[in-house]
Design a protein around this ligand. Structure first.
Ligand code: HEC
Length: 97
């Protein structure tokens, strides 16, 4: 009986955990999109990991250029990680970092 209760609690946790995640993926702000989709390669604090640091992008690229990198990717970075809306949100956010 105790085990069944545990299983139920775990299931609820899993379900609510997943649904809050997908909510993040859909709408969300630049910071959470970045945390979900980009930080694995560019580091939690934008300082770089597998990928290069992405601080001060406004000093290097225009909005348009940045958006293009984020939507299309490069030789080494995968494109199409985000929806169009998410790409715009994360571009705007990144330009302010
Ligand atoms: C699989 C790892 C990976 C993921 C995930 C990834 N990137 Fe990248 N990113 C890279 C690599 C590697 C480069 C360097 C590409 C090159 O020089 O051709 C790069 C380059 C960039 C650049 C250009 C940096 C510069 O100084 O020229 C920006 C901006 C960028 N990524 C933003 C993002 C954003 C925003 C996301 C999330 C949507 C993201 N990246 C997800 C690996 C990744």
């Amino acid at each position: 009986m105790k085990q069944l209760w545990l299983l139920t609690a775990l299931t609820i946790l899993l379900v609510t955990g997943c649904s809050s995640n997908s909510a993040n993926n859909e709408a969300a702000d630049g910071e959470s999109i970045y945390a979900n989709k980009c930080s694995a390669c560019h580091g939690e604090n934008l300082k770089g990991a597998v990928g290069p640091p992405v601080v001060n992008m406004a000093g290097k690229y225009s909005d348009k250029e940045l958006l293009k990198i984020i939507t299309e990717g490069t030789d080494q970075m995968p494109g199409n990680l985000l929806t169009d809306d998410q790409s715009k949100i994360v571009t705007e956010w990144l330009m302010e970092q």
